[in-house]
Ligand binder design. Structure first.
Ligand SMILES: NC(=O)C1=CN([C@@H]2O[C@H](COP(=O)(O)OP(=O)(O)OC[C@H]3O[C@@H](n4cnc5c(N)ncnc54)[C@H](OP(=O)(O)O)[C@@H]3O)[C@@H](O)[C@H]2O)C=CC1
Ligand SMILES: CC(=O)[C@H](N)C(=O)O
Length: 262
């Protein structure tokens, strides 16, 4: 029997990350669970060991703290059993742009963008060396639409989508699978943590349904998985239009409309 690779999941103490942990343990993967709340991670690890008989390790880390981030990076660089990274930890934005403090801006970008990128960069060279492995990055539909509010949060999620597309281009020829998952509103603690009552939102997906759908996309080796998008062609049209711009924007001269009128 071939043994499955181990998976490191960030933000595994609750919500989407906790359900990924359950589903991947059920599939027989060993896990490394990362988050700040060690008691919660320990409880979850004990349940997963008991239920699925897999090895589950806990790595307590605040991914916005440099020393903790370095510890998780080192684990990803050195632990050759880990061949799948689920880059899930994230926080939402509390309040609009004018209400943001320097501290809240730093925390949002440090966790949602910097830590996610650093962890992908820590594992990628090792995966490339063996020519196999997976990086799953949790983005959001908010990253597609400033109209949904949360400008800074959305910008971090647009960053995650862009990064995933770039990593796919660079790493898939070297045997690495990269997936960007774009949930819409999903019933987790992220809303309460951001001071938002999730019950006022019109459509909210259950977290198990979200993760199970994301894993269908994962099994199909999709680059971009948008579980709430019912008309898949809408994404194809959007991405096709973006790609259509490429030849148009590579020009040595400014467009006529930007030329000074004599
Ligand atoms: N729920 C939703 O509607 C949507 C969520 N997403 C994305 O899904 C991802 C998971 O969020 P979700 O499950 O909803 O929210 P939760 O709040 O339930 O989970 C967030 C996880 O991240 C961890 N975390 C938070 N801050 C840190 C930190 N500084 N260092 C390490 N871990 C941290 C939390 O654990 P702990 O507190 O123990 O550290 C927790 O495990 C996020 O990236 C989010 O942006 C995307 C679209 C929609
Ligand atoms: C979790 C959020 O706050 C955000 N609106 C999202 O849907 O990604």
């Amino acid at each position: 029997m071939t043994s499955l690779p181990a998976v490191l999941i960030t933000g595994a103490s609750s919500g989407i990350g906790a359900v990924y942990a359950d589903r991947l343990a059920r599939r027989g993967h060993e896990l490394v669970l990362v988050a700040r709340d060690k008691a919660r991670l320990d409880a979850s690890a004990a349940r997963l060991r008991e239920t699925y008989g897999v090895e589950v390790n806990v790595l307590q880390a605040d991914l916005t703290a440099q020393s903790d981030l370095a510890t998780v990076e080192a684990r990803l660089r050195d632990d050759t059993r880990i061949q799948i990274l689920v880059n899930n930890a994230g926080i939402a934005q509390s309040g609009d742009f004018l209400q943001q403090s320097a501290v809240s801006i730093d925390a949002l970008i440090a966790l949602n963008a910097t830590a996610l990128t650093r962890l992908a960069a820590a594992i990628a060279p090792r995966l490339v060396q063996v020519g196999a492995g997976t990086i799953v990055n949790i983005s959001s539909v908010v990253g597609l639409a400033p109209e949904l509010g949360m400008s800074i949060y959305g910008a971090t999620k647009a960053f995650v989508l862009f990064l995933s597309q770039g990593l796919h281009l660079e790493l898939s020829p070297k045997g690495i699978y990269v997936q960007a998952v774009l949930p819409a509103a999903t019933r987790t603690e992220i809303w309460e943590r951001a001071g938002i009552d999730v019950n006022i939102l019109p459509e909210v997906m259950d977290v198990e349904e979200l993760v199970d759908a994301a894993l269908v996309g994962y099994d199909r080796r999709e680059l971009v998985t948008i579980p709430p998008l019912h008309v898949a062609e809408r994404w194809d049209v959007l991405d096709g239009a973006r790609q259509g711009l490429l030849s148009d924007v590579r020009q040595a001269h400014a467009a006529d409309r930007y030329r000074h009128q004599a």
